[in-house]
Design a protein. Structure first.
Length: 278
């Protein structure tokens, strides 16, 4: 369980890790260096990677590298979660692992670099300085413990992080649509080009997704392999307000996100441990 004796801000600060450092550690297989970062095999080992702005191809390769190397970390460290926030430095479309794309789509998106994700789902348009992306890589056992209703684990992880994003936006005085309002977005948000409409993850929101002014603002995709997962999520800050995608707001959002993540996970784990003792 997360060490609740630490103040939240101290907890987050103590678990920050330089992105280049962890890539170097994993590339050189220098696990002793990683274990220096407050590792405790009785608890959840959270590693918060620094915020970065890089090209789309490099971001997707970093996520894939971290996901593949989680098996190596697990040989020495239990209950690992890696979380990182990032922005794209170039216009990028990330497409789902199995998503089909043809020359017509490519021609209509010549101003974008098109990169395939390790996760599934539809295409996501990433715009420099306008949106915010994060990825979570970790062991599914952490979420299986708190999945009290035994839901599909993929859906459960989706819902957990959707709730964390919603709680974070709410704490920053941003009120999202309720479910009834979001149901009408399917008809209101359709692109005029039916092919692009089917291509774009954000074109047709479902009733359970987060929307603002009847527009989908959060899209996420997940891959589960054996006992590990990777979730990649994109937040369309500019659809809420163009002025939000600035460094000050992003820093506030990231800090609030980790605090809400800390609270949501710790509350769920406390319930889990209570259920074991009752």
């Amino acid at each position: 369980m997360i060490n609740v004796s630490l103040p939240k801000r101290d907890f987050i600060f103590q678990h920050k890790l330089d992105l280049q450092e962890i890539i170097k550690i994993l590339y050189l297989k220098d696990i002793k260096k990683l274990i220096e970062y407050n590792v405790n095999n009785e608890n959840i080992n959270l590693f918060i990677l620094e915020f970065s702005k890089l090209g789309g191809f490099l971001h997707m390769k970093i996520d894939e590298f971290l996901f593949k190397n989680l098996d190596y970390i697990n040989n020495y460290v239990n209950n690992v979660l890696l979380i990182r926030f990032y922005q794209f430095s170039n216009n990028t479309i990330t497409i789902g692992k199995l998503q089909k794309i043809d020359q017509e789509i490519i021609n209509k998106n010549r101003n974008y670099l098109i990169v395939r994700r390790i996760t599934g789902g539809k295409a996501v348009y990433h715009l420099p300085k306008k949106d915010l992306t994060f990825s979570v890589i970790g062991n599914t056992i952490i979420f299986r413990k708190i999945n009290f209703n035994k839901e599909n684990i993929l859906n459960f992880i989706h819902q957990f992080f959707n709730k964390t994003v919603k709680d974070t936006l709410t704490s920053l005085d941003i009120k999202l649509d309720n479910k009834l309002e979001s149901l009408i977005t399917v008809e209101n948000n359709k692109k005029t080009d039916e092919k692009l409409n089917k291509f774009d993850c954000f074109a047709n929101p479902m009733s359970f997704e987060l929307t603002y002014n009847n527009q989908k603002i959060v899209g996420s995709a997940i891959k589960i392999s054996s006992n590990k997962f990777i979730l990649q999520a994109n937040i369309k800050l500019y659809l809420i307000n163009n002025s939000l995608a600035n460094p000050d707001f992003i820093n506030k959002f990231i800090e609030k996100f980790y605090i809400n993540f800390y609270e949501n996970l710790n509350n769920s784990l406390n319930l889990f441990h209570f259920s074991l003792t009752s």
